[in-house]
Design a protein around this ligand. Structure first.
Ligand SMILES: [Ca+2]
Ligand SMILES: [Ca+2]
Ligand SMILES: [Ca+2]
Length: 516
């Protein structure tokens, strides 16, 4: 059972402007668990704290209940608060109740409205809430309409009141006029400035709403913790993204026009196109504070994409894209072979021309081509590509030294070592020095070493000519590592492991060589 306690104001002005005096609480520091119900039927009990609205109440239809559940989940997605549906009956009702009433009219503009009782103890003159606290009353409009319209926005707005948020234009703390709109808060009476003509409305709590409700109840740190990929509607939908963890991607490849993107938390991106106005949407997608979106995939058009302090992977796609990595170690993806691109260092950064367009890169440390990675930090354009033949030699060495397929982690570790300057011989020496190697090969004498090499790598006994050749090499000072590499690179071994090497592929999406 939840009760109601007072709220300390926040030092953050944008949060303070949305707080009222009270919130719900189930346990100190724990998840706030609220119930909700849909009154229906003649035996519905309206116990205490209600006004005129109960005289003309009516039940929500099924489609409206569905949208209420959706709007509730928009809040529980971002905050540490849950909503459990219960049957509304004379012996028990939800903390939040949803009903129509004829007493809820239209406002001066004829816009349909609802209202909600905040969690105020004054409704019972005691510590516990009255039945009316948390209850939402809607006028007789149809609230089953889809997300993106005004009635769905009203559901989110009224639930915001029901869990303790106030209007940004009421009370002692106010939002500055520039922020008092649905761009920043769904609790505002003002439309998102970019939606005035085409009727789009926010479909989620917005930037300051999320900050305020997380101030009251804590964040939902279990939400979207996987590596999530986000795509957005092409008509300029308005929403704020909350994502608690993982390596996440904004994917604009479905967009039919260029996008102007910021991956910075608390900033806005312009995504989608308003056909009625023949222009792009403006500032319609926000990233909530404390959210890290790591990666972006651009549209087929000339995008602007700004990263953040994380290590970003940004693929502009087709079009002449402007890509900004900001802090961190950032990678731009250009989906052509290195040889098919022209690279020019400019005062601001790097310009890369290819069949994908002319991309301008700033504060980006590397470029991933379809055949490997170019490190831009060296400045002298020294290319450190990991080509397939080289990776095949590393995989062969694995098989020769350890008699097993390379695991992806190990293979890519050694490929990275090579691209960072290790010679293949150094890698071979590391294998020879490993404990796994010494359990497979006798290293007590040259002859015994050769014998185990023949058996373990080539699967046969040594022939006289071959043994004499390799013994001579060892006696002339060549190392065990060199001979191992010689066996690994030999035509006989390469033929044996050709089926394995045919499964070797570079996966540009995450810069990994894999056996598939
Ligand atoms: Ca995630
Ligand atoms: Ca693009
Ligand atoms: Ca970055």
């Amino acid at each position: 059972m939840s009760s109601i306690i007072g709220v300390f104001s926040s030092g953050d002005a944008s949060v303070a402007a949305l707080l009222d005096d009270y919130r719900w609480i189930t346990s100190i520091g724990g998840t706030t668990q609220l119930s909700y119900s849909f009154p229906s039927g003649s035996d519905t009990l309206w116990a205490s704290g209600y006004g005129d609205e109960v005289a003309s109440w009516s039940a929500l239809v099924v489609g409206e209940q569905t949208q209420v559940r959706s709007a509730l989940s928009a809040w529980s997605a971002v905050a540490n608060i849950t909503f459990e549906e219960v049957v509304d009956q004379s012996s028990n009702v939800g903390d939040l109740r949803f009903s129509h009433s004829d007493a809820v009219g239209a406002d001066d503009n004829g816009v349909t409205v609802g209202f909600a009782y905040l969690p105020w103890p004054k409704y019972t003159s005691g510590a516990e809430a009255a039945e009316s606290a948390g209850d939402v009353w809607l006028n007789d409009s149809d609230y089953s309409a889809a997300q993106g319209g005004n009635n769905y926005r009203i559901l989110i707005h009224e639930i915001g009141h029901a869990i303790g948020l106030s209007h940004p234009h009421d009370g002692a703390a106010l939002l500055e006029a520039a922020y008092d709109s649905a761009q920043y808060s769904i609790m505002s009476y003002n439309r998102h400035p970019d939606s005035v003509f085409d009727g789009r409305q926010a479909t989620t709590p917005m930037l300051y709403d999320i900050a305020a409700v997380q101030y009251l109840y804590g964040a939902n740190n279990s939400y979207k913790t996987a590596d999530d990929s986000y795509q957005f509607a092409t008509n300029g939908e308005i929403l704020t993204v909350w994502d608690a963890a993982g390596s996440d991607t904004f994917d604009f490849s479905n967009q039919s026009h260029a996008v102007d993107v910021s991956l910075l938390a608390g900033e806005f991106s312009s995504v989608g196109y308003l056909d009625g106005e023949a222009r792009g949407a403006i500032n319609n997608i926000a990233i909530a504070f404390d959210v890290v979106i790591e990666n972006a995939i651009g549209s087929d058009y000339a995008d602007t994409i700004v990263g953040n302090s994380a290590d970003n992977v940004i693929a502009g796609g087709l079009g002449d894209d402007q890509l900004f990595g900001e802090g961190g170690s950032d990678i731009a993806v250009v989906d052509v072979a290195y040889e098919a691109a022209q690279i020019v260092f400019t005062d601001q950064g790097v310009e890369i021309s290819s069949s994908q367009g002319v991309d301008s890169l700033q504060s980006i440390e590397a470029v991933r081509f379809s055949d490997g990675i170019l490190n831009l930090l060296s400045g002298d354009l020294s290319v450190r590509l990991a080509d397939e033949a080289l990776v095949g030699r590393v995989a062969s060495l694995y098989q020769a030294a350890l008699d097993r397929e390379p695991d992806s982690g190990g293979l890519n570790y050694w490929v990275d070592s090579y691209t960072n300057g290790f010679e293949l011989m150094t890698i071979s020496q590391n294998f020879v020095d490993s404990s796994e190697f010494s359990t497979r090969f006798s290293i007590d004498s040259n002859a015994e070493y050769l014998d185990t090499l023949y058996q373990n790598v080539l699967g046969r006994s040594g022939d006289d000519g071959g043994v004499a050749f390799w013994l001579g090499a060892l006696e002339n000072g060549h190392s065990y590592a060199e001979v191992l590499l010689g066996f690994s690179d030999s035509l006989e071994n390469q033929q044996q492991i050709a089926p394995l090497l045919e499964t070797l592929n570079y996966r540009a999406s995450d810069d990994l060589w894999i056996l598939s």
